[in-house]
Design a protein around this ligand. Structure first.
Ligand SMILES: Nc1ncnc2c1ncn2[C@@H]1O[C@H](COP(=O)(O)OP(=O)(O)OP(=O)(O)O)[C@@H](O)[C@H]1O
Length: 257
């Protein structure tokens, strides 16, 4: 039997006396697109940071393809095949678009940034970089400094960097935050295409994005998963509706139809 792509077992995280993640269990199959939703302050970013190795859990375990990764530093988790984006843009703004993507490609190939010059002409690196730029539609802007990209393109570049390493498990933290409606629609199509055949874990506030992309959804509330299921199951779950107040409940209901 194949191990889950990602398995979270009784994961807990305290900040001082406050228990922020309170016994999370979650199993995500290879190739599944899984969204985590929940009210502000529920612990979504904290959970992301725990899974990707940015934070060490207080207790519990995270497994990638059956192998324990909790406790490993983020770069080691990345080397094992899990790549994440950040809520706040992590693009190198003083480098060109191409250099940013190349950075992700090189990292996956185990090269350090210091070796850049000597291997800048490596055909494999160039080809992979060009393929990713084409995949996300940034070929024509490849020579621009990333700082000059419009906001939505910067977020697209961030997705490109995240997938550039060829990781099988991709985690995206609010990839469409701050985008217009049409930009969001394009981003959803891009994410679906760029993560085909991979496992995707996404944190997202936009319910249209969540219901458009996810095979399954987990709802995090005060550090606990209160429901996991297919979009239609989540839509009808009274616990979920209760967890969302006012406008968010209305948005959830709207997005579900
Ligand atoms: N490093 C930290 N030290 C102390 N408390 C923290 C730390 N990081 C997060 N918290 C607290 O943990 C709780 C959960 O925060 P987190 O950012 O994970 O929630 P979230 O669900 O991602 O919220 P949002 O939807 O607003 O981004 C919040 O109460 C926050 O103040």
């Amino acid at each position: 039997m194949t191990a889950p792509a990602l398995e979270i077992v009784d994961l807990r995280k305290n900040f001082g006396p406050a228990e922020i993640i309170r016994g999370v269990n979650l199993s995500i199959e290879p190739g599944e697109r899984h969204a985590i939703i929940g009210p502000n302050g529920a612990g979504k970013s904290t959970l992301f940071n725990l899974v990707s190795g940015m934070f060490k859990p207080t207790s519990g375990e995270v497994r990638l393809n059956g192998e324990r990764i909790s406790g490993l530093p983020a770069y080691a988790v990345n080397r094992k095949g899990l790549s994440r984006s950040f809520q706040v843009s992590s693009v190198f703004t003083n480098m060109t678009v191409r250099e940013n993507v190349r950075c992700g490609v090189l990292w996956s190939m185990g090269q350090k940034y210091a070796f850049w010059k000597s291997i800048r002409s490596s055909k494999a690196v160039q080809d992979k970089t060009a393929a990713i730029l084409a995949q996300v539609g940034l070929t024509e802007k490849a020579n621009l400094p990333a700082a000059l990209l419009p906001y939505a393109d910067q977020r697209t570049l961030e997705i490109a960097i995240t997938i550039a390493g060829g990781a099988d498990v991709i985690m995206l933290d609010e990839p469409t935050a701050g985008m217009s409606h049409s930009e969001t629609e394009r981003a959803v199509a891009l994410i679906a295409q760029a993560t085909r055949g991979k496992t995707l874990l996404i944190v997202e506030h936009d319910m249209g994005v969540v219901f458009g992309l996810a095979d399954r959804i987990s709802v995090l509330c005060y550090g606990e998963i209160i429901a996991t299921g297919r979009p239609d199951e989540i839509r009808g779950d009274p616990k979920v509706r209760e967890a969302y107040l006012g406008d968010e409940a209305a948005t959830l209901a709207e997005a579900a139809h």
